[in-house]
Design a protein around this ligand. Structure first.
Ligand SMILES: [Zn+2]
Ligand SMILES: [Zn+2]
Length: 329
């Protein structure tokens, strides 16, 4: 197999060849067709997230076809198209796992962080954390659903069913998927981009936003809820100022710069500030069932696998409209 590997945070990924991984008990061997590039990968590569297995193959938005089955695998056959997301392992025993919050497991394993991921042409994965994918889209178009879609969807659920005026701060891969689901649910969408990012604002309007502007602008209406996808701490007080009494601000990212102090008055009025961490398998089941009904259409920019460093740089520089996807070819 070929893979782009991270040996040390802060250094470029390197193309390597190694023997094909063999599926252990309960695992699938998967021939990778596409892998999305998520901002979390950037946090791993840049060293913002400090617990990677090293060396590690990044990537947790994997679409591929089952090429071999380990002993005891049920529910999958050779050739099935499947998705492999960020949640790669949970302990099944801790209080979180036992209470339906496996996303908060005390001993988790995450794909592309502690478990080798999808910047490769082959991988193995625990079948219990893999999901069958429909046939309605190309491999590359489906890849961003596996994290931007799933965690974006979990963030949207946390924003509350009654949040009809929804703000989104940071209009990248997750936002462009959430926007489509939010419009399908007949919510009004307000998109806040980096100040002056006319391309992202146009993109948001194309996807049905009622308004798009810079995050330095006040919201044109009082919002019921806001989701922050940009890893920018100062957006937290900005979003709190934009939501109504009882409104919710959801931080959808895994890493964020420090949040500046703010007056209690912008939280008061029973406003809620919360984060979203990881995903549960139920989130994946729910979202993958919903996506074809919307139907979610992803905007992607494809890069060959060996250009993973260029794809990460494009994301770092905010040069992408939609999501970057790597294809081994
Ligand atoms: Zn657990
Ligand atoms: Zn991700």
């Amino acid at each position: 197999m070929r893979a782009m590997i991270l040996e040390k945070p802060g250094t470029p990924l390197r193309l390597i060849e190694r023997p094909d991984p063999q599926p252990g008990p309960g695992q699938l061997q998967v021939k990778i067709a596409a892998c999305g590039v998520c901002r979390t990968d950037l946090h791993v590569v840049d060293g913002d997230l400090t617990e990677p297995k090293l060396p590690i193959i990044p990537g947790h938005e994997i679409v591929g076809n089952v090429s071999a089955l380990g002993v005891g695998v049920e529910g999958f056959g050779i050739g099935d198209r499947i998705g492999i997301p960020w949640l790669g392992h949970t302990c099944g025993r801790c209080s979180f796992c036992r209470s339906g919050a496996e996303n908060l497991c005390d001993e988790p394993g995450f794909t592309g962080y502690q478990i080798d991921g999808g910047y490769a042409d082959m991988t193995v994965a625990d079948a219990r954390y893999c999901f069958a994918l429909g046939s309605d889209r190309s491999d590359a178009e489906l890849a961003p659903l596996l994290c931007a879609g799933l965690i974006g969807y979990r963030s949207l659920v946390m924003a509350g069913d009654d949040s009809s005026r929804l703000g989104i701060y940071g209009f990248g891969a997750a936002a462009h998927i959430v926007a489509q689901v939010a419009r399908y649910q007949q919510r009004e969408l307000y998109a806040f981009t980096s100040p002056g990012d006319a391309t992202a604002q146009r993109f948001a309007l194309e996807l049905g936003a009622a308004w798009a502007g810079g995050s330095d602008q006040p919201a044109p209406v009082e919002l019921d809820a806001a989701i922050i996808f940009a890893p920018v701490g100062p957006l937290v007080p900005a979003a709190l100022r934009a939501v109504r009494k009882g409104g919710v601000v959801v931080c959808g990212g895994i890493h964020m710069s420090d949040i500046p102090s703010f007056p209690y008055s912008i939280l008061w009025g029973e406003r809620v500030l919360r984060s979203v961490a990881n995903l549960t398998r139920q989130d994946a089941i729910d979202f993958l069932e919903l996506a074809p009904k919307v139907p979610v259409q992803t905007r992607i920019e494809e890069f060959p696998l060996q250009q993973a460093n260029q794809a990460l740089q494009a994301l770092r520089d905010s040069k992408l409209t939609g999501a970057a996807v790597l294809s081994p070819c």
